[in-house]
Write a protein that binds this ligand. Structure first.
Ligand code: ATP
Length: 449
């Protein structure tokens, strides 16, 4: 029997990500830029697949349409949304060691804030620090030219509510989905890509008739859990956390976080919020435009309520990698890697950056040519890698580590019998398959994972 160990510490994953081209530190040759990360060749493909699966699950329903709004928006948007006045963290400075920290995360003793770095109680009164990045539009750097990098994608959806409603002739209930970058000048970024200052969000705002909002809220909780299950999460690795009255954002009537158990503890992955009519009402007030809905049937006019599902794409990518990571000590049973151990990413094939690896057993030109031809043929439909370096055992390990579900090995026999060996990532079992029916075979196998 082999023994399986899940991911124990984040550092193991961080080094795998670097070694295998998933994620690199941003501007590394200059010493890196704190909390900023670049997705390498495999990471970029993987992240794209994660986004694609979210996009499909949202926009292939008849009641949801997509949007891609600009990052820079009119400054009034952030006045109306409450971000200019309220998107702040309370910061204290330690007089002893000069550390700056968030008061709401620092330990308290007898009503006094304690510096989390040195333990001193000599700390300043908290000051509110706005998390929005500010910049200037155009050539003049004065107050009139200030614009913000959006701290969430949601507002792009709210300000386009009327445009989408009329151009797409939507009827309530309907939703708008968007994927895009957001920026927050977080005080304490960290845990790799879990909390960063530049990140990508996948948000969907669902507009409903007031009074039906809690029913839709419950439906969306279920729908989102079903999506996580398709991504490969076991129910036991996820849980809901309900926001208590003190945690609820100013706009929210109800809020649940989907939490995942990362190696550093249970943490929020996604927020599901009932935002009431707060946003549309605010934008109506500040823009002077009526943002309502007219129900043709009942002849009622109302401001819709909004149920929002908001997940960080980078955070989800990290969770998927943590969840897929396994270290397996292989049994001494005379099989592949006898008594050895391997790291395997058990990614669902639709998420894996490489779905099929074509491996000629040796560098003999006939084998290379055949493997290359297979690579070319399969590339039309699948994400295919070709690798001819190192021993076949090492190449299998490399593919396991990046989550490749199937390896196709072209050996000397292949030239005669026109078959290849298909080796399966999860079971390490092998099949001999005719080259002429490879596409069909791969398609069927990838679907069955
Ligand atoms: P947190 O409490 O972790 O700061 P939040 O409750 O402010 O997050 P939301 O505003 O609800 O987060 O944003 C929705 C999602 O966006 C979060 O669930 C998370 O996945 C992602 N997200 C938020 N902030 C960051 C960040 N700094 N880095 C990466 N992802 C983030």
């Amino acid at each position: 029997m082999s023994t399986i160990t899940p991911l124990k510490d984040l550092q193991t994953l961080v080094s795998l990500c670097k070694r295998r081209g998933f994620v690199f530190q941003s501007s590394e040759i200059y010493g890196g830029l704190n909390s900023c990360w670049d997705y390498g060749p495999l990471g970029a493909d993987f992240k794209f697949n994660v986004k694609m699966s979210w996009w499909k699950t949202m926009t292939r329903r008849p009641d949801i349409v997509g949007l891609d709004a600009a990052i820079l928006m009119h400054p009034m948007v952030w006045k109306a949304s409450g971000h200019i006045d309220g998107f702040t963290d309370p910061l204290c400075d330690c007089r002893a060691c000069k550390t700056r920290f968030r008061q709401d995360q620092a330990p308290q003793k007898n009503g006094k804030t304690i510096c989390p770095n040195c333990g001193s109680t000599e700390v300043t009164e908290p000051r509110n620090f706005n998390l929005m990045f500010k910049t200037f539009m155009g050539p003049v750097e004065d107050a009139a030219a200030v614009v913000y990098l959006r701290p969430e994608t949601a507002q792009g959806i709210f300000v386009n509510y009327e445009n989408v409603l009329t151009s797409m002739r939507k009827k309530i209930p309907f939703g708008i989905a968007q994927i895009g970058k957001s920026f927050r000048n977080e005080i304490t970024p960290g845990n790799f890509t879990f909390r960063t200052r530049e990140f990508e969000q996948m948000e969907m705002q669902y507009f409903v008739k007031p009074g039906t909002d809690m029913e839709w809220f419950e439906k969306w909780k279920e729908t989102r859990l079903a999506h996580y299950s398709r991504l490969g999460f076991k129910p036991s690795s996820l849980r809901f956390h309900q926001h208590g009255p003190k945690e609820l954002a100013h706009y929210a009537r109800a809020a649940f976080d989907v939490q995942y158990e990362f190696p550093f503890g249970w943490q929020e992955l996604e927020g599901i919020h009932n935002r009431s009519d707060f946003d549309l009402t605010q934008h109506s007030k500040f823009s002077g435009k009526k943002l309502e809905y007219f129900d043709e049937q009942t002849k009622e006019r109302f401001v819709p309520y909004v149920i929002e599902t908001a997940v960080g794409c980078d955070r989800l990518c990290l969770a998927i990698l943590c969840n897929a990571f396994e270290e397996e000590k292989l049994a001494s049973a005379g099989g592949e890697g006898d008594g050895d151990s391997r790291v395997v990413l058990r990614l669902k094939p639709f998420l894996a950056p490489v779905q099929v690896a074509c491996l000629p057993l040796s560098k003999k030109p006939d084998l290379q040519e055949t493997a290359f031809k297979i690579r070319q043929d399969l590339s039309e439909e699948f994400r295919v890698d070709y690798d001819e370096t190192a021993s076949i055992g090492k190449r299998y390990r490399r593919q396991d580590e990046i989550g490749t579900p199937l390896c196709l090995t072209v050996d000397f026999e292949s030239l005669n019998d026109k078959k290849v060996t298909v080796r399966h990532r999860d079971t390490m079992t092998q099949d001999r398959v005719e080259m002429s029916r490879l596409s069909e075979y791969v398609r069927e196998k990838l679907r069955s994972f």
